[in-house]
Design a protein around this ligand. Structure first.
Ligand code: HSE
Length: 428
């Protein structure tokens, strides 16, 4: 039996516009394959020129959120505005009216899913957000369905296209960070404020959502260790490459019993790792479950149609399931008291030091590492790069506590014999 579903789209920018076009162009396909007759009953966007370019009929252009939610033909409200100002207000109003909401808004879900889901439950409507993380890659559905038989032990994701594009260009062309950032902005990958991408906030929001689902407990984004890519020097990418590493901005989540480790930072991974070949603006999430072992999902994490694919899949899901699905964690927006967040995590490290080329320097440096319990795997003096009596020293450590490494770095910098120019974590 065919089910009739009316939707409203709030915000017809890149994602909202792509969603509108997909719903219109695929209408008959969804009718034939899912027996669902989805019509766009209302759109809300101040940019009339944009609505004209999308050929939106005048009669479905609404003037206010009140008009949208009062429309009895609207069953599902799609929020593709972004941010947490107006979007939060509109989503709250729609849920209070009992309308199911589908959103692509990672910041909103990361910060307010608990509050919004409570309103949804109270009003017997759904809140779905596949498009909030990793664009068209069906990661949320996979976490909720595909790997639900597992305890997820670890996830590592390349969840930001802008930074992956920048790091790929820096690696392949030896290009400078600032130069490539400008290109990424021109291509429209970057957020309106690119610091959200390059300083790792965007990845942090996504990791908060994904790790909360994977670990069945709310992981507040404030608990996530964050370091962006803006200080990455192209020379480190090249040195890493020579010793078999590829640099990626990784969102890492690990759970062992009640201990959780969550961090976003530039990471060297072996060039043979599947994530190392995820290039340009592509995204991927690699996770390990106790039964399934390793699983990797790969695809486009941004863009009009890839993100619309995720939005529309939520619309179809909501339209074809009578049972509403809520999150798998019950704790509120703060972390559960029995979950311990590990800030002094363990990792291997890559370091580049600038040292004077003279007797005794190496002994002093290794002495400081030894005193701080930092064990070295490999040390390379780049004699081919001597400049004004100084040269780069590349050091790779064994698995070490973050605080031990930081303490050794502070002592080396204070000693006057060397400067630690870069410190990059290494994951296997
Ligand atoms: N700015 C984001 C990215 C867009 O670069 O991946 C999708 O969230």
């Amino acid at each position: 039996m065919t089910k009739k579903v009316g939707v409203a789209i709030l915000g017809l920018g890149v994602v909202g516009g792509g969603t509108y076009e997909t719903l219109v162009s695929h209408h008959d396909f969804y009718l034939a394959t899912q027996q669902v007759d989805i019509t766009v009953e209302a759109v809300l966007d101040k940019n009339l020129e944009r609505l004209r370019s999308l050929k939106v009929a005048d009669e479905i252009i609404a003037n206010s959120i009140e008009e949208v939610i009062a429309n009895p033909n609207v069953d599902i409200v799609i929020e593709t505005i972004g941010g947490i100002g107006v979007a939060k207000d509109f989503v709250t109003k729609a849920l209070r009216e009992g309308k199911t909401v589908v959103t692509s808004n990672k910041e909103l879900i990361c910060k307010y899913s608990h509050e919004l889901e409570k309103i949804a439950r109270h009003n017997h409507c759904g809140l779905y957000y596949e498009a909030s993380c990793v664009g068209g890659v069906p990661i949320i559905r996979t976490l909720l369905d595909g790997v639900q038989a597992n305890h997820i032990q670890r996830m590592m994701g390349i969840v930001n296209g802008t930074t992956n594009y920048i790091l790929t260009k820096m690696a392949n062309e030896g290009a400078d960070y600032q130069e490539v950032l400008k290109e990424a902005q021109k291509l429209g990958y970057a957020e309106a404020d690119p610091t959200a991408d390059v300083d790792g906030f965007d990845s942090t929001y996504k990791l908060s959502i994904l790790s909360s689902m994977a670990f069945h407990t709310k992981i507040p984004y404030t608990k996530i260790f964050r370091e962006g890519i803006s200080k990455i020097d192209t020379c480190d990418i090249a040195y890493g490459k020579e010793i078999g590493y590829t640099l990626k901005l990784l969102a890492i989540g690990k759970r062992n019993e009640n201990a959780v480790e969550v961090r976003v930072h530039p990471t060297f991974i072996p060039s043979s790792h599947p994530l190392a070949s995820v290039n340009d603006s592509f995204n991927a999430v690699y996770m390990t479950g106790d039964a399934v072992d390793d699983v990797m999902l790969y695809g486009r994490g941004a863009g009009a149609l890839p993100t619309a694919s995720a939005v529309v899949s939520d619309v179809i899901y909501a339209a074809t399931h009578s049972e509403i699905r809520y999150s798998t964690f019950k704790n509120n927006a703060t972390a559960e008291t029995n979950v311990k967040f590990i800030s002094d995590f363990t990792s291997a490290y890559y370091m580049r030091l600038s040292v004077e080329d003279k007797a005794g320097v190496l002994a002093k440096i290794t002495g400081i590492f030894a005193k701080n319990n930092v064990s070295i795997v490999e040390i390379t003096q780049r004699m081919d790069k001597v400049e004004e009596g100084r040269l780069p020293l590349i050091i790779i450590t064994h698995q070490t506590k973050e605080n031990s490494v930081k303490s050794a770095v502070a002592k080396i910098n204070a000693s006057g014999i060397a400067t630690v120019e870069s410190l990059i974590r290494v994951e296997a």
